[in-house]
Design a protein around this ligand. Sequence first.
Ligand code: FES
Length: 112
Amino acid sequence: MICASDALEEKGRGVRFSIDYHGHSAPAFVVRFEGAVHGYLNRCSHVPMELDWTEGEFFDSTRRDLLCSTHGAAYETTTGRCVWGPCRNTPLVKLNLAEREGAVYCEGLQDE
Ligand code: FES
């Protein structure tokens, strides 16, 4: 379990956690957007930096896209697709998530 469902407010702060990624612990996060939970490895595709500008703050000022605090790359929240900036065409690594009985679970990564 990552967190309780009600820990994620619509377009609010994300919840950070760690995930096993190819045998190593890697930072990851989940946010709620348009009712659904979306999650990614917390690693920009430009340079492998964490995205959030203060802990858990992933959204841009419009609360629509996910923003990398280092050089400003923007990613589509629902897909992780790069929509602006130095990420070019490389998306975030998306998590497979499930939400049931009031909790959010990670069920792996979409690139595995
Ligand atoms: S490290 Fe994210 S835009 Fe450069």
